[in-house]
Ligand binder design. Structure first.
Ligand code: NAP
Length: 394
């Protein structure tokens, strides 16, 4: 008999855990279950569509899908198609890799107005997530306010600020790409509630904002000079010092010198939203569209001895994709140690009919073929039923 492990969530943390398990014990049977008919979680739905280098990590995960003892089971929602308890009964261990998929709320008046979007929903639209097929109406949007000072805020600002040429090799869904290209956006504010030294931007992502074709990045020089350079060389201090250098470069740029201006505004937090206006602690700002990029919350799952959380479900919404590798392998080791103490359970296969790896490869082939005509990596299927039809060979 072989131990059976269920991994719920086919994103990077789930695949890195699977990788760790199979390295330690190639005889395990692993089912990787996902609510979507497609694997790869945040890489497909969260990583910005113009960051194709980051998305290339899926090649490693695709190799795992080819392993005989790893089964992909897409279009299966735990809580709808089967319960956490049933999984716990049937499998020797369950790895919970469900990420965090709920936009955190600011809790200020006006947050539910139609022009205020959370980043999960907005980025899901850019990335063709089948739950988010409709984006905001950009046809009259001249001014955008982005709330938050993390890499998601930069992703959103950059994709809105890039020209159609700069997005040409991306896999942004065509409707979103053309809506952005034809929007009359002139001004994007990226707004942080704390000072520039506390922004969680990484250097490469911030630096990219200074190399956009149609957009100039600017900020106020006041406040940047008062911050001393790092006195020690921890990676965190070096990151902050380099960010400040980049921002000083932006402070020397001229607003309006390109058709679009991206303004970094610090020490300013939203107090309320009204149509066309954001009330900030630093004053009023006009904005036709607001996108909050302030982090995510997760869905509840049972805490039991035989359930092992990994990735954002374990540590919260922080860290880059490679962060998950070491952590996924560490959790896999805990699971291996747990299994070593137990005999495998016997019992029937409880998984309902699912989209398997072959079904995903049909979707993949279809999308890549659809993209090749226009020189794009792929054109994603965004309709749930179309995904299922193509997976089934239709
Ligand atoms: P993040 O780095 O934690 O940034 C969240 C931002 O929201 C922070 O600036 C935070 O400010 C602000 N915030 C939180 N609550 C707020 C409130 N109530 N009012 C105003 N501002 C508020 O998270 P993220 O940008 O969502 O990114 C998630 C993770 O994915 C990060 O680890 C990120 O590096 C990673 N990621 C990486 C890439 C990449 O490598 N290219 C791209 C996207 C995301 P405070 O600091 O004051 O709390």
């Amino acid at each position: 008999m072989t131990h059976r492990v269920a991994i719920v969530g086919a994103g990077p943390s789930g695949f890195y855990a699977a990788d760790g398990l199979l390295r330690a014990n190639p005889d395990l049977h692993i089912d990787v279950i996902d609510r979507l008919p497609t694997p790869f979680g945040l890489v497909r739905a969260g990583v910005a569509p113009d960051h194709q280098g980051t998305k290339a990590v899926v090649r490693q995960f695709d190799r795992l899908l080819a392993q005989p003892d790893l089964r992909f089971a897409g279009n299966i929602e735990v809580g709808r198609d089967l319960s956490w308890e049933e999984l716990g009964e049937a499998y020797d261990a369950v790895i919970v890799a469900i990420g965090m998929v709920i936009d955190k709320k600011l809790g200020v008046p006006g947050e539910d107005l139609p022009h205020v979007w959370g980043s999960w929903r907005f980025v899901g639209w850019l990335n063709g997530h089948p739950d988010f097929r409709t984006g905001p109406d950009l046809s009259k949007v001249e001014r955008v306010a982005i709330i938050g000072n993390g890499n998601v805020a930069l992703d959103v600002a950059r994709v809105l600020a890039k020209s159609a040429d700069e997005m040409a090799k991306s896999d942004i869904v065509p409707e979103a790409g053309s809506a952005i290209a034809s929007a009359p956006i002139k001004d994007i504010h990226v707004i942080g509630r704390r000072g520039p030294e506390n922004a969680s931007f990484t250097n490469n992502e911030l630096g990219e904002m200074g190399r956009l074709m149609r957009a100039v990045a600017v900020t106020d020089a006041n406040g940047l000079d008062t911050i001393p350079p790092a006195s020690d060389s921890t990676p965190e201090k070096l990151r902050k010092t380099k960010n400040l250098q980049i921002l000083k470069g932006f402070a020397g740029n001229k607003p309006g010198s390109k058709s679009l201006t991206v303004r970094f505004l610090f020490n300013s937090a939203p107090v309320a939203f009204a149509p066309g206006v954001v009330d900030l602690t630093s004053g009023k700002l006009e904005a036709d569209l607001v996108i909050t990029c302030i982090g995510y919350a997760g869905e509840a799952f049972p805490r039991r001895e035989d359930f092992f959380a990994v990735g954002w479900a374990k540590r919260g919404p922080t860290g880059t994709i490679p962060t998950n590798r070491a952590e996924g392998h560490a959790v896999a080791k805990q699971v291996i140690d747990w299994l070593a103490e137990r005999d495998p359970k016997s019992g029937p296969d409880i998984l309902p009919a699912a989209v398997d790896a072959a079904g995903w490869h049909r979707i993949d082939k279809h999308e890549v073929a659809a993209g090749s005509a226009s020189g794009r990596p792929r054109v994603k299927l965004t309709d749930w039923q179309a995904l299922l039809d193509v997976a089934q060979g239709g």
